[in-house]
Design a protein around this ligand. Structure first.
Ligand code: FMN
Length: 236
């Protein structure tokens, strides 16, 4: 295939990236159509994976009893994690809406199966985590595809994996990687909720980019890009 993205298509691609949000509220009552859900899952399934191992599985959930069990686990874990911080941070943390399990029409658990096509997987023998990274690539594809279809997605990691495994009857060797809440939304926030709430700021690209070695921020051979990223360009 040629390098054939038109300018318009490139714009669409970057629009999906910059306008993607983690969504936990304001889901509408509109159900997700099967062909759209299928499209989103296909996008996830076309992610890169170490040794082409495709180590993911997707478990679609709408059963209210299952959702309630997961929500209960979320409540427990949120309270438990709040013990790690003191006020005023603690109250602020507790006031955040950090899941949309019951409000979203579709919940989706993405899992990692290290035994798929194993035990020898090309590229995974030195870095076993590469399997897990592959699942995260699938999740990102899914997230961007959902955004393109006007569907909000929220990742809930404040959960007990044990309860998740039990509720979804996962085999012992299968690892739950993400619990996601999906549904149509009216609009997507301009900024991450945690940024708007003053919890954390977005870092400058220049603060996270080094040249040739860890922590080297200035390098004669990289002047051009160094100057560009200092400006925090707006490509949205
Ligand atoms: C691995 C992972 C776990 C996350 N877990 C949660 C979560 O439990 N609850 C929540 O509200 N957001 C969760 N998020 C969403 C982040 O808070 C969000 O991505 C971040 O604040 C940036 O906002 P944005 O996604 O809208 O750009 C998670 C995101 C990732 C990548």
């Amino acid at each position: 295939m040629k390098n054939d993205f038109t300018e318009e298509e490139k714009k669409g691609f970057y629009k999906a990236i910059y306008s993607r949000r983690d969504v936990r509220s304001h889901f509408t009552s509109k159900p997700i159509e099967d062909d759209i859900l299928s499209k989103i899952l296909h996008a996830a399934h076309h992610a890169p994976s170490v040794g082409f191992s495709q180590p993911w599985n997707f478990i679609l959930i709408k059963n209210i009893e299952t959702k309630k069990k997961i929500k209960e686990s979320f409540n427990e874990e949120k309270n438990r994690s709040s013990q790690l911080i003191e006020d005023p941070k603690k109250s602020k943390y507790l006031s955040f809406k950090l899941e949309g399990i019951l409000e979203s029409p579709v919940n989706l658990c993405v899992t990692y199966d290290p035994t798929k096509f194993g035990p020898f997987v090309i590229g995974r023998s030195s870095i076993p985590e590469a399997g897990l990274y592959s699942v995260c690539c699938a999740i990102q594809n899914l997230w961007l595809s959902a955004r393109t279809e006007g569907i909000g997605l929220g990742w809930v990691s404040i959960l007990s994996n044990e309860i998740l495994k039990k509720s979804l009857e996962l085999p012992d060797h299968v690892i739950p990687v993400a619990y996601l809440c999906l549904g149509y939304v009216e609009d997507f926030a301009e900024k991450p909720d945690l940024e708007s709430a003053g919890w954390l700021p977005r870092l400058g690209l220049k603060d996270v980019t080094y040249f040739e070695k860890w922590n080297d921020r200035e390098n004669e051979n990289w002047k051009g890009i160094q100057n560009r990223i200092k400006e925090d360009m707006d490509y949205a």
